[in-house]
Design a protein around this ligand. Structure first.
Ligand code: NAD
Ligand code: ZN
Length: 264
């Protein structure tokens, strides 16, 4: 066990491989493309997606931004959740899918990665941080809602369990730098993602149910602006009908196969 390496083609059937061959040939002449990723690219790293059966997200009701601001008890609860979750998420390692996207970037086939993920695994796989647009923020920073300062997570001490930390600079309200339900996306990030979508010649969506707005608008804008749209996902998505290439396959094997095809 563990010593025999599974090759990506061993888990992909002929139809899946044929679609990836088609995607590879489109990438050859439309490069550089833009990738758009969601929770599904990180499930193979042990981080459950929203719809997955297991723990991290399912167990507890999300705390909306409004509720977080209004209720100190919920702020305390949010910090308790972070104290439990962050070490687990921060220990996760990138998988074949993240690595393949980085290989495709290095070989010039993919330029930027727009992600809905907050786990930082694209950067951990070696994708240049400036090439990753994190539409829903990151768990790896803490943000002061009053003075706007951002603190890298490893430099921020949230204090002992049961406490609510305050901004070391201004004493204001601090929060994990992820976008909560009901919280606006960072305007610059959203603008950048939409601009990339408008200019893209090809957009590859990986591991997203495309059901969370406004993020899901990004591939719609790309398609409407003339980009070829490819979707790599385990399950159908609302955009499959508009997509030019749909590969229903596990992200890790599919992207590794694609990178191999392109000699990346
Ligand atoms: P989602 O959970 O709505 O959808 C994930 C999709 O990926 C599903 O359609 C599923 O079938 C597919 N999938 C799961 N594993 C796959 C695999 N190995 N290969 C191919 N496809 C796979 O995720 P979303 O569209 O990103 O939206 C959910 C929201 O949840 C986002 O806003 C995100 O911020 C947040 N979230 C993030 C993480 C993370 O950072 N890793 C994890 C859970 C949720
Ligand atoms: Zn502050």
């Amino acid at each position: 066990m563990g010593l025999i390496e599974t090759r990506p083609q061993d888990v992909l059937d002929e139809a899946q491989q044929a679609r990836l061959v088609q995607l590879a040939s489109e990438l050859r002449w439309r490069q550089p493309a833009i990738a758009f990723t969601g929770a599904g690219i990180s499930t193979e790293s042990g981080i459950p997606d929203y719809r997955g059966p297991s723990g991290l997200w399912k167990r507890s009701q999300p705390i909306t931004f409004k509720a977080f601001l209004a209720d100190p008890a919920l702020q305390r609860e949010a910090w308790e959740r972070r104290r439990t979750r962050y070490p687990v998420l921060a220990a996760a390692e990138p998988n074949a899918g993240h690595v393949a996207l980085r290989r495709l970037q290095e070989a010039g086939y993919i330029e930027e990665i727009i992600t809905q993920n907050i786990d930082g695994l694209h950067q951990k796989a070696g994708s240049p941080p400036e090439s990753v647009v994190e539409l829903h923020g990151t768990i790896h920073a803490i943000h002061c809602l009053d003075c706007g300062t951002r603190f890298p997570a490893e430099e921020f001490d949230p204090g002992p369990p049961g406490t609510i930390p305050a901004c070391p600079d201004c004493g204001g309200t601090v929060k994990e730098a992820t976008v909560a339900f009901g919280q606006s996306l960072n305007v610059e990030d959203l603008k950048r993602a939409l601009a990339l979508a408008r200019e893209a010649s090809l957009m590859v969506v990986v591991g997203s149910s495309l059901s969370v707005n406004p993020a899901a608008k990004v591939p719609q804008v790309a398609a409407a602006s003339g980009a070829l749209l490819a979707i790599v996902n385990n399950e159908p998505t609302p955009l499959d009908e508009r997509a030019d290439i749909v590969v229903r396959a596990p992200a890790g094997a599919a992207l590794a196969f694609l990178a191999d095809l392109l000699g990346a």
